[in-house]
Design a protein around this ligand. Structure first.
Ligand SMILES: [Zn+2]
Length: 153
């Protein structure tokens, strides 16, 4: 009787305790952790990097836009002749340089946008031309790459 009671008690405790405890832990805690990790990996370093590139490129394009306005205003206030004054042509050259850098920054922002779109669509890292996977090393070096090395070269 005594032995049976002890056995039954121990059995109840270990079964109930282990099952309830393990069940709760795995379904809530580890489930949530796994979900977070998966979400972080999916949203992960590539998306973070692309968003940073896009953000920086847009900020640079905006800064250059301001610089171009400043150059224009400097020219207006100095009242020089673009066509014939040597300083005028320097300013025109400076403006065209700024415009070129601004355009390339804007293009980089668009490329990052496109890459983010592919990431969302699940086609990121797939060559747009041949449909084969783009080498991870290439994506690491050029996260906005839409073409594999063979198609790009
Ligand atoms: Zn390709």
């Amino acid at each position: 009787m005594t032995g049976g009671g002890a056995d039954a008690g121990a059995g109840d405790v270990s079964n109930a305790g282990a099952n309830a405890g393990a069940g709760d832990v795995s379904s809530s805690t580890s489930g949530a952790v796994t979900g977070d990790v998966a979400a972080a990996a999916a949203a992960g370093p590539t998306e973070t990097r692309l968003r940073a590139i896009r953000h920086d490129a847009l900020a640079l394009a905006e800064q250059l836009e301001h610089d171009m306005v400043a150059v224009s205003e400097a020219r207006d206030s100095s009242n020089v002749d673009d066509e014939h004054d040597p300083e005028g042509s320097t300013i025109a050259f400076e403006r065209s340089q700024l415009a070129a850098v601004r355009d390339s920054a804007a293009a980089r922002a668009r490329d990052a946008d496109d890459a983010l779109e592919r990431l969302g669509a699940g086609t990121y890292g797939i060559c747009l031309n041949c449909g084969r996977p783009i080498a991870p090393a290439r994506l690491d070096a050029r996260p906005m790459a839409g073409l594999c090395i063979d198609c790009a070269s």
